[in-house]
Design a protein. Structure first.
Length: 221
């Protein structure tokens, strides 16, 4: 992206091949810092799309970026679904699962979302940085044990997963951030199907959407 000299826009590229890296972590730290300084007079506009989980890595200390990446790779390699991957990512992150909205409070947050997850569950798209959610320890444990990965977890990851989630208990005006956040899906598989069907009808065809929720191994579905 070419910007004019003295532009107020800052571009940080990272997460090549959809994997979190040092550049993406630097960007996440700067975004967290910016959000933390906002006041009730500010508006934080967030554009969210698929790939956001890799672009906004902020591992919960003492987890390192490499340790979080290793856990994610192991899950993906074992066949975990995007829902399962994002459940684990949220549990290991400062900014996912509503963390970005938390740090931005009391500013107004508006998130415009391009969904890459079937059904458009807001808490799973890019791991939901503006959607307050909390994964229960039992749910995380079931996922890790299902893929036989629990015993190979780094000590730091075990430590973080063993803690109660303190984010919503900390005193940040003791307020619920949900009233300050507006999440809007502006593009999704369902939207694309509707538009494709409309165009097909205009061309004289009779479109039939068999299902907006087809998923699984492409060799079989």
């Amino acid at each position: 992206m070419l910007l004019k000299e003295n532009s107020r826009i800052k571009v940080i590229e990272g997460a090549r091949h959809n994997l979190p890296d040092a550049d993406a972590q630097k960007a996440a730290e700067e975004i967290k810092h910016l959000a933390s300084e906002l006041t009730e007079k500010d508006l934080l506009l967030v554009l969210i799309s698929g790939g956001g989980s890799a672009l906004l890595p902020a591992p919960t200390p003492p987890i390192t970026l490499q340790e979080k990446l290793d856990v994610t790779r192991s899950l993906a390699g074992a066949g975990a679904t995007i829902q399962e991957l994002n459940t684990i990512r949220r549990a290991l992150s400062l900014l996912k699962g509503g963390g970005l909205a938390y740090y931005a409070h009391p500013a107004q947050v508006v998130a415009l979302i391009l969904s890459d997850v079937i059904g458009d569950p807001l808490d799973l798209i890019a791991s939901g940085p503006t959607v307050r959610s909390q994964a229960w320890p039992e749910e995380i444990l079931l996922i890790l044990e299902h893929y036989k990965l629990f015993n190979s977890l780094p000590t730091s990851v075990r430590e973080v997963l063993g803690r109660p989630n303190p984010r919503w208990k900390e005193n940040k005006d003791e307020s619920d951030t949900s009233g300050h956040v507006l999440n809007v899906v502006i593009g999704s598989n369902s939207v694309a199907l509707k538009c494709a069907a409309l165009r097909a009808r205009e061309l004289g065809f009779r479109p039939v959407v068999l299902s907006p929720g087809v998923c699984g191994d492409v060799r079989y579905v």
